[in-house]
Design a protein around this ligand. Structure first.
Ligand SMILES: *[C@@H]1O[C@H](CO)[C@@H](O)[C@H](O)[C@H]1NC(C)=O
Ligand SMILES: *[C@@H]1O[C@H](CO)[C@@H](O)[C@H](O)[C@H]1NC(C)=O
Ligand SMILES: [Zn+2]
Length: 468
């Protein structure tokens, strides 16, 4: 049996306060070795293992302190990209990274990286992170626990005396939320090498007509002209990326399950549709033949969306008409124009694209049958969904088992920076329960015990993957 792995397994047990396997020839060691499935590392010194647990009190304090860096009063949190509060929050994060002994780097758009060099720093590091921007009047946990929790996971490993083989890196992504410039996951999209976005940002302004670059410069970024290709990371820059996040859904809390191991992230496609008819007087224009009612065309398409989504046969296919506007919008006027915005999501890209194609065909036939013009059918975005990496989900599941935490596999219906990191790195996500699934509002809440469980699973998973 390899003494190196035994050292690792041993240290992980000590770290998390579970029964320590001492005898070198204890047969349960062999089981653990098979179980973890990860190769060898330097034995960890038992003597250097200090604290065994997450500093929950300290972590809660950090979450509370970060939430005060907000443009709206507590309990709401509003933190908009490159605002004064965002700059202060970034300073807060960099400071914590520094206190944890990480070497800090920032890129041209303010993605922040804190690295702990491993014994073999030439290997691709294992990374983890999330975002800290917050939409207006939202809560203090979305994204935040995946950044502060990641830093605490590093602290847990450091206190335990663990020595990474691959370097470990904490990432704070710029602007996961689309609030200011209408672009979600701005930082991670760029990291994943989106040339379209790098171009688009050259002419992007916010609602106050402040350019992206002026805003970035206000926050101390984007100093070298307008070249954002420096932000791009090569595929393979990381051996793994893991994001810890609140579920933003009710399942874990309802089931009293501690951890969600995310197997896939659904991705939305958004479609904008416009119909145009002749309009006319609601009393005078007769019903048969002569009406071409753009409102009814929209209504018919909305129902068709529901039908096509249900036809997919999977609970993971969803579709929503969240916007339906009629013009001129008078009770006694036949709608001459209608506008719909459709969001459809799935974890299976083909299946989602079948739904989109059916919606398109339906819009065309409705337009023909009702004699209205389909003046626009625009697929605004169509990001591919992402699957988690099997080795990462296996590492997360082993971590849960070793930590005696209940877990279940689940998909993420919301999307996250992980969706884009999956383009350049094997990816996995850890969900923890949150109160009633609330998110993006001040009532958003996650119990510190649940957060601490998530941090433990994250720490142990990082440790395993660092040695892989
Ligand atoms: C926005 O700013 C640009 C450049 O400063 C200017 O040319 C343009 O007229 C402004 N647009 C509006 C709507 O104010
Ligand atoms: C694991 O959890 C079970 C059920 O909650 C409990 O009975 C058991 O004592 C726990 N074991 C350890 C090692 O914590
Ligand atoms: Zn988030």
């Amino acid at each position: 049996m390899d003494t190196k792995l035994r050292g690792f397994v041993l240290s992980v047990y000590i770290v998390f306060g579970l029964p320590v396997i001492t005898a070198h020839n204890d047969p349960s060691n062999k089981i653990m070795e098979d179980f973890s499935g990860y190769p060898i590392h330097e034995p960890q010194s038992q003597d250097s293992l200090l604290s065994l647990s997450v500093d929950s009190e300290g972590l809660q304090k950090q979450i509370d302190e970060l939430s005060t860096l907000s443009e709206t009063p507590a309990p709401s949190v509003t933190r908009i990209l490159y605002s004064e509060k965002d700059v202060l929050a970034r300073r807060f994060i960099k400071n914590l990274m520094g206190l944890s002994g990480l070497s800090v780097r920032e890129d041209a758009v303010g993605n922040i990286f804190g690295r702990w060099d491993g014994d073999e720093p030439e290997l691709a590091p294992v990374s983890t992170g999330s975002h800290i921007d917050a939409i207006p009047y939202s809560g203090k946990y979305d994204g935040v626990i995946g950044v502060l929790g990641a830093i605490e996971a590093i602290n847990v490993l450091k206190r335990s005396g663990f020595k990474p083989k691959r370097s470990l890196e904490v990432i704070m992504f710029t602007s996961e939320e689309p609030t200011r410039f209408g672009i979600s996951c701005l930082g991670s999209r760029l990291l994943a090498g989106s040339k379209e976005l790098a171009e688009l940002l050259k002419k992007t302004v916010d609602s106050q007509n402040i350019s992206f670059f002026d805003a970035a410069r206000f926050a101390g970024y984007a100093n070298h002209l307008q070249d954002l290709t420096s932000v791009f990371l090569e595929k393979g820059s990381y051996s793994a990326f893991i994001e810890l996040h609140i579920e933003q859904g009710p399942i874990l809390e309802e089931e009293a399950t501690s951890i969600g191991v995310v197997t896939a992230i659904a991705a939305p496609a958004s479609i904008k549709v416009d119909f145009e008819g002749s309009g006319g007087h609601a009393g005078a224009v007769l019903m048969p033949m002569s009406r071409n009612d753009a409102g009814l065309a929209a209504a018919e398409l909305a129902l068709a969306v529901e039908k096509f989504v249900l036809e997919s046969g999977s609970i993971d296919t969803v579709g929503t008409v969240g916007i339906l506007e009629l013009h001129p919008g008078a009770i006694n006027s036949i709608p001459s124009k209608s506008h719909l915005e459709i969001d459809t999501r799935d974890i299976d890209e083909k299946r989602r694209n079948v739904v989109i194609e059916k919606i398109h065909q339906s819009a065309l036939s409705i337009s023909e049958n009702r004699g209205v013009k389909l003046s626009e059918f625009k697929i605004v975005n169509q990001d591919p969904p992402a699957l988690s990496d099997d080795l990462i989900t296996m590492a997360m599941e082993s971590a849960c088992q070793e930590l005696n935490l209940t877990f279940r596999k689940m998909i993420s219906r919301a999307y996250h920076d992980s969706l884009f990191m999956a383009r350049i790195s094997p990816m996995g996500m850890i969900f923890i329960p949150c109160y009633k699934g609330y998110s993006h509002k001040p009532e958003e809440f996650a119990a510190i015990e649940d957060i601490a469980n998530g941090v433990r699973v994250l720490a142990l998973t990082l440790a395993k993957l660092s040695l892989a």
